[in-house]
Design a protein around this ligand. Structure first.
Ligand code: AMP
Length: 280
């Protein structure tokens, strides 16, 4: 596996690979890799000639300085995992390399960013779009792989690709969970052992909502989920939303023929976790 920290080295190596007709499958990450990331990579490796991964904790997408500071980082361990999964090229730049000057680019994702993560994390999706656009420009992938764990991010990326007419296929990948149901996340490493034991409650509640939605209006279901979290003192629910799978707008009825998901953001101790489940 090659490891590059410079944009130029990465660009010129991959340009040459493309010239020789090799397809590039790209998985952007913020490191602290887990099996959720590795699943994306296995798929990308399978479907392309080259697997390219980036590890970059992107300061622009953090709206909370403490979250950025405490974000888990372990490049040595990541490199070993990437070797094992057959990664061909790791791009791991420093912040200065990615952002030598202030970023002025702005994006308007309209209603997609007016709800849930967009509403609760101001500037987050702008930061995501800036870095993903840059990373696509540097790596020039045929296909890029994103997890449905960050469902709204996936919608934003698809929109970005359309808005900028980027020649890349976005491949959505299902959520990978621990055996007890907790969605894998780099932030799980920050949970205390006690919090980690409590954490499966998040997915249990989403499953409860899915199994009990029949006969309940969407607003009653939302109220019930709120009440369930209120009974658990370690959890602070930021939002539970029931939303359309295309435009991410809240739905007020279980309309037929429409894809609907439940989305949750919750604080467990000092760690903010998100998860989602498909209802319809
Ligand atoms: P991150 O390092 O958290 O920015 O994630 C990098 C990519 O991995 C994103 O496309 C995430 O959606 C995806 N990802 C993270 N956790 C999971 C998971 N548990 N299952 C599937 N994809 C995931």
């Amino acid at each position: 596996m090659l490891t590059f920290s410079k944009i130029k080295d990465t660009q010129s190596f991959l340009e040459n690979e493309r010239k020789h007709g090799r397809s590039i499958g790209f998985v952007p990450t913020m490191g602290a890799l887990h099996d959720g990331h590795l699943e994306l990579m296995r798929r990308a490796k399978n479907e392309n000639d080259l697997l390219v991964v980036s590890v970059f904790v992107n300061p622009l997408q953090f709206n909370n300085a403490e979250d950025l500071k405490k974000y888990p980082r372990d490049l040595k361990k990541d490199e070993a995992l990437l070797q094992a999964v057959g990664c061909d090229l790791l791009f791991a730049p420093q912040t200065q390399e990615m952002y030598p000057k202030e970023e002025t680019k702005n994006y308007d994702f309209g209603e997609l960013e007016s709800v849930m993560e967009g509403a609760h994390r101001p500037g987050h999706f702008k930061g995501v779009a800036i870095v993903v656009n840059k990373l696509f420009d540097i790596t020039g992938p045929q296909r890029a792989y994103f997890g449905e764990k960050d469902f709204q991010q996936l919608a934003i990326i698809k929109k970005l690709v359309g808005m900028e007419s980027l020649p890349v296929e976005i491949v959505p990948c299902p959520i990978v969970r621990e055996t007890d149901g907790l969605a894998m996340s780099s932030r799980n490493a920050r949970l205390t052992p006690e919090e980690r034991e409590l954490a499966p409650f998040i997915f249990e509640t989403l499953q409860w909502a899915k199994n009990n939605k029949g006969g309940m209006t969407t607003s009653l279901l939302k109220q019930k989920v709120n009440e369930l979290f209120e009974t658990r003192p370690h959890f602070q629910l930021e939002y539970f939303e029931i939303a359309d799978d295309k435009n991410l707008q809240p739905v007020t009825s279980w309309e037929n023929g429409r894809g609907i998901l439940g989305f949750v953001a919750v604080h467990l101790g000092k760690v903010r976790l998100i998860d989602n489940i498909r209802f319809i």
